[in-house]
Ligand binder design. Sequence first.
Ligand SMILES: [Zn+2]
Length: 253
Amino acid sequence: MRVHAIEAFDDNYIWAIETNNNDKVIIVDPGEAKPVQQWLEQKNKSIETILVTHHHYDHTGGIAELIKQSPCPVIGPENPEIKTLTRTVTEGDELTVGGIQWQVLTTPGHTLDHISFYTPGFLFCGDTLFSGGCGRMFEGTPEQFTQSLLKLRKLPGETRVFCAHEYTQANVNFALKVEPENAVLQSYAEKVRMLREQEQITLPSTLQLELAINPFLRFDQKSVIAAANKHAESVKNTPEDVFYTIRQWKDNA
Ligand SMILES: [Zn+2]
């Protein structure tokens, strides 16, 4: 399964997933129509289905125009705010798109409606998990967000993580404040710096790498707990407390 990144806005990625049908791709989170239309034209492909992770405009803003030009199913979470959906899905639903069987995971925290799409080897997690970071907690609670991250953490390590933003460099710079001694993080930060210097994409990441470097997946590691306690100047021991402390720390960094 080949996946292509289509750049949108300043730092969004819209993912184009090749299907069993050579002429068709699945498009994930088209916040803008134009870059998708240009890409399709260039590659001589059309859209089989649009998948949506959550209601934010930078993930949904291009849908209306794309389906006006060429109608196709639009599948996403139950949320009346996303008016273009033709089908809503939630965890446990059977979903076959483009000849690929998908598992839907509810991953609230960034927003309440957030879902992620998983098929062995590939995770499309929108703004829930980023490389080196996670989405801002706009609508959910620390408990919800932590549960969502725990769910993603259980997927196989080789799973490639296709998140929706190129935030990796800022994220790893922050992660180094939390875990300055983390050797894997140090070398990843250097790799990311070189890639970004050449304006190259840093994604997809892998879950295995994220488990080693992402403080938002490492809320039960001693070094991360210690850093959260030091920052908050109080004892934070539960995953939710550690997660929330680091999330606030990053928000105010
Ligand atoms: Zn968002």
